[in-house]
Design a protein around this ligand. Structure first.
Ligand SMILES: *[C@@H]1O[C@H](CO)[C@@H](O)[C@H](O)[C@H]1NC(C)=O
Ligand SMILES: *[C@@H]1O[C@H](CO)[C@@H](O)[C@H](O)[C@H]1NC(C)=O
Ligand SMILES: *[C@@H]1O[C@H](CO)[C@@H](O)[C@H](O)[C@H]1NC(C)=O
Ligand SMILES: *[C@@H]1O[C@H](CO)[C@@H](O)[C@H](O)[C@H]1NC(C)=O
Length: 967
């Protein structure tokens, strides 16, 4: 291995490696609130390290039932800081009715003399219901004695969850079974910057000092009363920050009319060893430390959606999306925190012998976070979905292969590309158009010189059962000849500058404006823009790609909008920045849904995202580089996005920038075939690299990857269905499936597709002739292509798999039944009545189960009961592999629904039973013998599983049946 690396390294270095422009993006110390709040925290921690006791200046008064919440589990506590006794805050604690006992905690300044209010609408956009139902107070035990409140709650009568609230100094601990799971304000780093008047100029200093003196006395008084706080010092909290009310960076000035309004949260997870989440970062799934001696990164994880050019493959720098969610995981418990904040946020992570600690600083907004109790990752997925909703069931085509490039330049080229796929016998569902299809990058307006008859093109594409996607970006060309611009201007729905005039900036189209999708007035109008009688040159075969929605503003600070821009309701861009992309995604998705009657399933790809974006479609991970280290790093990004709901995710196959070698491209297609969203894309300056352009054997390897995706579409569809109904990720990292297997907690380079038992690991090293795969289940694993058997083992183990360029690790865990369609056609829509193959991978005990969900893949009829959902079970009935395979309804549904009838003739054409130890004497269906072939197992050091192949068993995939295998 070392030799291999030694061989590769010089090559890597030799490549002219493109690099992110660090100078375009801020580090924590370059942004005033982060510098301020993080240094307060650092000083406190340093004092503690020096042996000085420090206690939080924050404390709670006596709780009252939250006004307006009769007999519900909601309490409000007055919250004060001994340092600022004149300022009042409230802290509200809710126990929610849903999600096995989710607790929500909110804090805000009350009765403020300030004219300003903190942004309080993040929940409105992120959650399906901004005020979820509260648990009934009778179901929750509430006790308050002597500065301490205990709230016992939880799903069952056992009430194993408890919130222990220590009033002074403030500390809130969520316990399960008496063990601390989350401690809020464990390190006393909680702090909210109250609104204050701008510092007066020199002439007024005397007066200012007068007021200061009075409250300092109060402060000193309060500090003396606070227990164990010896050296607490208000000056720590009032660093002389010249940027507090106006912040300059490079050529930009942020006017900051509200002054400092940041806040700092500290959560410790005493029983966790790993912490995951906080997408989107190109970092390992198990987030490494950002502080302390073992710090892996020098900066905190940053959440600030940006258009980042040539990002690094391993970095805590902000990327395009943000979900302020973490899973803290240990062998016994997993617990989550969702922090509802849409402003710029930085998170420090440290790993200690006492567990994992996190410290969050945000620029603006109220404190509003939810504690998801777990106890295991699967519960967190359900709890998170109960808050933010589940993903939509995508249309079938969206789960197949997408071919994109910046750009297919003409109508003829689009047709040519799809014809070439046909000629090469390579399947393709969707051809994409990047920005050059639009006249002057005025999206919606076709460039008629190059696309003279877009409708004709769309119809031709549709006639082949395929679709197209065209880009519609949020920057709108500022010219009176563009109706989208004049409409939006006249409707007065554009984002404003601090002085309330329409904001303009620079993007692909030149001088541009941006619609404020926070303004409900823009919604119906945007929907109309996509209706077929307004956008006449579109069709139901055309779907949409929303890029650049961070938003990207080429001449803005950090390539985005100034923070003092103004949105609907007078809120500043700083308050809503991370939510912005989701608002656009939502409206486009809605427009695409309702443009047809009856409504069809939409498909909209977005680059930017926030908590809840999974409701609106897919995302991809932006402008990656066509290098081995990017390919290697991406798996962790997909998994990290996935556990935060964003699991319809993929990367630009081949890399956006650069010209991958044929070997790298083959490996990327193999990886792509196992990305939930599978799209090839490339920068305008790259060489053409459609898979049909390559010589053998590259061409065949690329075709194999494409065809494998199509054969496995039923496996993917099952996983997407679980995402849409249960909120599960489409791909599962190890810790989520094997939450007790410590050896797998940090694994982020292999994953399972849904509950299929299919385990995939991409090959991401140049020249790799073999790969190591980690197997956690005490089950046999079968090579997907039946080449090998890996014996069950009570202990997790590594296996080594040969991976010449046409091979990669793909395994089925014993105990699963995998449905596939082996007759691959040119596009997925043509496969709807093709027969199925069922691969039964016998478990250690000789049994296996699996499922198959099918619907029309296109309409919303599945929400009206038009689907089939089968459950397959193989049950051993005697020795030597005697058993029966049966099919029954997986959930209750009307077997006579229209879709079930339409596909009633669809057959199971082959059953493969892997792990069969002896030849069956017969196989019968309804008493009739059916043909089968048996292959004996090969034992020893290179075992091959015994296998029964039953051809044409004469059964229908949607029906109830039994296949009896006699010993
Ligand atoms: C901690 O101790 C060091 C060394 O004595 C000193 O320089 C520093 O000021 C102390 N920090 C605090 C916050 O007390
Ligand atoms: C936000 O705060 C304002 C002012 O206090 C209040 O009227 C509004 O109801 C709050 N909105 C939400 C969503 O909590
Ligand atoms: C999505 O749009 C609908 C209206 O079409 C609106 O009710 C909802 O609040 C929006 N949510 C987000 C996150 O934009
Ligand atoms: C599997 O291999 C990894 C990487 O070499 C190693 O860290 C781990 O300990 C191995 N696990 C087992 C169970 O052998």
């Amino acid at each position: 291995m070392r030799l291999l690396l030694a061989a590769i390294l010089p090559l890597l270095l030799a490549v002219d490696v493109a690099a992110v422009k660090h100078e375009d993006f801020k580090e924590c110390h370059q942004t005033s609130f982060c510098r301020r709040l993080r240094s307060i925290a650092a000083r406190q921690e340093e004092a503690v390290a020096n042996g000085t006791a420090f206690a939080s200046p924050y404390s709670l008064g006596n709780p009252v039932a939250t006004p307006g919440t009769q007999s519900a589990a909601s309490w409000t506590f007055p919250l004060t800081s001994s340092l600022y006794p004149d300022i009042s805050f409230n802290l509200r604690v809710d126990v929610l009715a849903q999600g096995d006992g989710i607790v929500r905690i909110r804090a805000d300044e009350v009765d403020s003399a300030s004219q300003w209010k903190r942004y309080n609408e993040t929940a409105k956009w992120a959650l399906v219901d901004a005020e979820p139902n509260l648990a009934r107070s009778v179901d929750v035990q509430f006790a308050h004695v002597d500065g301490m409140t205990a709230i016992e709650y939880g799903p069952g009568p056992a009430q194993e969850l408890m919130l222990e609230i220590v009033h002074s100094p403030l500390k809130i601990t969520m316990k399960r079974d008496g063990m601390d799971q989350v401690v809020f304000n464990d390190r006393d780093l909680f702090h909210v910057e109250h609104y204050r008047a701008k510092q007066l100029d020199e002439g007024d200093e005397a007066e200012a000092e007068g007021t200061e003196a009075a409250s300092s006395e109060d402060a000193a008084q309060a500090v003396m009363q606070a227990p164990k706080a010896e050296k607490i010092d208000r000056s720590w909290f009032e660093e002389d920050d010249k940027d507090a009310f106006e912040e300059r960076w490079k050529k930009w000035t942020d006017t900051k009319p509200k002054g400092p309004e940041g806040f700092s949260l500290d959560f410790s997870f005493p029983n966790a060893d790993h912490i995951y989440g906080l997408p989107e970062h190109a970092s390992p799934l198990s987030l490494p430390s950002t502080k302390g001696e073992d710090a892996y990164y020098k900066e905190p994880y940053r959440l600030w959606n940006v258009d980042i050019f040539e990002y690094e493959a391993d970095s805590p720098m902000a990327l395009y999306g943000a979900v302020p969610l973490v899973h803290a995981h240990g062998k016994v418990n997993t617990v989550g925190v969702l922090n509802l904040v849409g402003s710029e946020t930085w998170v420090d992570v440290t790993h200690q012998p006492e567990g994992v600690r996190t410290h969050w600083v945000s620029e603006s907004g109220i404190v509003d976070f939810l504690i998801l109790p777990g106890r295991r990752p699967v519960d967190l997925f359900e709890q998170y979905a109960s808050l933010t909703g589940a993903a939509q069931m995508p249309p079938q085509f969206a789960t197949a292969y997408h071919q994109c490039r910046w750009n297919y330049n003409t109508q003829a080229e689009v047709i040519e590309v799809q014809d070439e796929f046909d000629k090469a016998d390579m399947p393709l569902d969707v051809t994409w158009l990047d920005i050059e299809y639009a006249e002057e990058h005025r999206y919606f307006d076709w460039d008629h010189k190059h696309f003279p008859e877009p409708k004709k093109m769309l119809d031709e594409v549709e006639a082949k059962g395929r679709k197209m996607v065209a880009i519609v970006d949020p920057h709108i060309k500022k010219t009176d000849s563009f109706r989208i611009y004049t409409d939006a201007r006249d409707l007065d729905v554009l984002v404003k500058k601090a002085d309330n005039s329409d904001f303009d900036g620079w993007c692909w189209t030149g001088s541009s404006v941006w619609v404020d999708f926070f303004n409900p007035k823009s919604w119906d109008w945007w929907t109309r823009m996509f209706s077929f009688n307004v956008w006449k040159e579109s069709s139901k075969a055309l779907f949409i790609w929303n890029d650049m929605n961070e938003p990207s503003v080429f001449d803005g600070p950090e390539i985005t909008m100034p923070k003092d821009n103004i949105h609907d309701g007078g809120w500043e861009h700083r308050d809503v920045h991370n939510i912005n992309g989701m608002m656009f995604h939502n409206q486009t998705q809605h427009a695409i849904t309702v443009r047809d009657t009856p409504e069809l399933r939409p498909f909209v790809l977005s680059r930017s995202f926030f908590a809840g974006s999974h409701r609106y479609g897919a995302v991809w991970i932006g402008d990656n580089l066509g290098t081995w280290d990017h390919l290697a790093g991406e798996t962790a990004v997909f998994l990290s996005n996935s556990i935060a709901g964003i699991s319809f995710v993929g990367s630009d196959v081949g890399g956006f920038f650069g010209n991958p070698t044929p070997e790298l491209l083959v490996r990327w297609y193999q990886a792509g075939a196992f990305m939930p969203f599978f799209r090839a894309h490339a920068h305008i300056d790259t060489k053409r690299r459609e898979p049909y352009l390559f010589e053998e054997p590259t061409r065949s390897y690329l075709r194999d990857a494409l065809r494998l995706r199509y054969a496995m579409l039923p496996v993917w569809y099952n996983a997407f269905h679980a995402a849409a109904t249960k909120g599960y990720p489409v791909i599962w990292p190890h810790y989520a499936l094997f939450p007790e297997d410590e050896g797998g907690f940090a694994i982020d380079d292999q994953y399972y597709i849904g509950d299929s038992g299919v385990l995939f690991k991409p090959v991401v090293a140049e020249g790799a002739q073999e790969s190591t795969v980690y197997l956690a289940a005490d089950q046999p694993y079968y090579d997907y292509f039946h080449r090998k058997l890996y014996y069950a083992s009570a202990k997790p183990r590594n296996i080594t798999i040969a991976t010449p360029l046409d091979q990669f690790p793909l395994l089925i865990e014993g105990g699963h039944i995998v449905p596939t369609r082996e007759r691959v056609r040119r596009t997925s829509s043509l496969m709807w009545q093709d027969p199925f193959t069922l691969t039964v991978a016998l478990g250690k005990d000789g049994s296996a189960t699996g499922q198959l969900y099918l619907d029309d893949g296109e309409t919303l009829a599945h929400t009206q009961g038009e689907f089939i959902h089968r459950r397959f079970s193989y049950t051993p009935t005697g020795k030597n592999g005697a058993g029966k395979l049966s099919s029954a309804a997986h959930v209750v549904y009307d077997g006579a629904n229209a879709w079930a009838q339409k596909i009633a003739h669809v057959k199971v054409e082959r059953i493969v039973i892997l792990g069969h130890e002896a030849a069956p004497s017969s196989v019968t269906v309804a008493g009739e013998a059916v043909q089968f072939e048996y292959t004996k197992p090969v034992k020893g050091r290179e075992p091959v599983p015994g296998k029964v192949v039953i051809k044409n068993p004469g059964i229908k995939v949607g029906a109830d049946w039994e296949v009896v295998v006699a010993a």
